[in-house]
Design a protein around this ligand. Sequence first.
Ligand SMILES: O=C(O)C(=O)C[C@@H](O)[C@H](O)[C@H](O)COP(=O)(O)O
Ligand SMILES: [Zn+2]
Length: 332
Amino acid sequence: MLKVPVVLPGREYNIIIEQHCLQHINDYVDPSREIVIITDDNIPKQYLNTIAPLLGDPFTLFVPQGESSKSMEMAQLLCEKMLKEGITRNALILALGGGMVGDLAGFVASIYMRGIDYIQIPTTLLSQIDSSVGGKVGVNASIMKNAIGAFKQPQLVLIDSTTLQTLDQRQVNSGIAEMIKYGLIASKSLFKALLEDDILPNIDNYIYECVSIKRDVVIKDERDTGVRQILNFGHTIGHAIEQASKYQLLHGEAVAIGMVIMAKNKSYYNDLIHLLAKYNLPTSYEYDKDEIYQYITTDKKATKTSLNIIVVDEVGNGYIEPIEISQIKEKL
Ligand SMILES: O=C(O)C(=O)C[C@@H](O)[C@H](O)[C@H](O)COP(=O)(O)O
Ligand SMILES: [Zn+2]
């Protein structure tokens, strides 16, 4: 078992990485609590069949799989269903699934009766190494991804990497794109290992390294006003492309393309292209520059006139560079 403590002012929680931990989830989650599981309708049934009996068969809410469930309407619907079921504010939400479920369920936890506890149980690689950690929760608006949300840290993040065995390869690769991002912004050795090694036999160590990088950044800047923005490398253009594709591209795929655009003329460009090809990730996308620019103007790192972009000049060292917002056009 690997443990990464996240210590924030007034709050502390652990990220636990342990294969098969779902099989004894009652050692981590108090079964005597009032529990609500939020998951999606595509979750392999064996996870629910494993955890539900150990937790006293909790009230379980399913949302349709896919990014379109990450909406205000869905958050409201879940709240209404919990109210009808008589769920009190002592309840604990378990977010069981990928990034969409974690963001949505965490958001519901942040607003239900002004806020209740939640635990992240991420089952995709992307959610295990990234979205389940750091407390960014929220839903999408029609013209902006993750536009409506909160910072709400979980009580615990419970990662059972054996869930990756049921994940399709495209989803695994999407997670690897965020892993490549961690290498680029913070770890030369991780980037090198991704290039040279087969990560799956040692997946828990890779997850540990990624969440440790993320933890170290988040504890310095929980609210994303400074250094945390480096975790957004590749996302300024990536989010715009993800939206322009109408979410046909997975998040990691769009971030991969965003990273390639930001890596132009850098020394590691060829290595990055090679790495993305190794994991079957896209390196380009046909897009309408005006449309992408429009989306970028709503980036959370933008003001009316300026934008913080994340730059990586050499592998392992990401930094923030403020530019005039229109200057981003030169990169498109
Ligand atoms: O946790 C963060 O901070 C990140 O930027 C991590 C990103 O990989 C993640 O996609 C995040 O949800 C993006 O947040 P946003 O604030 O740019 O919507
Ligand atoms: Zn991301």
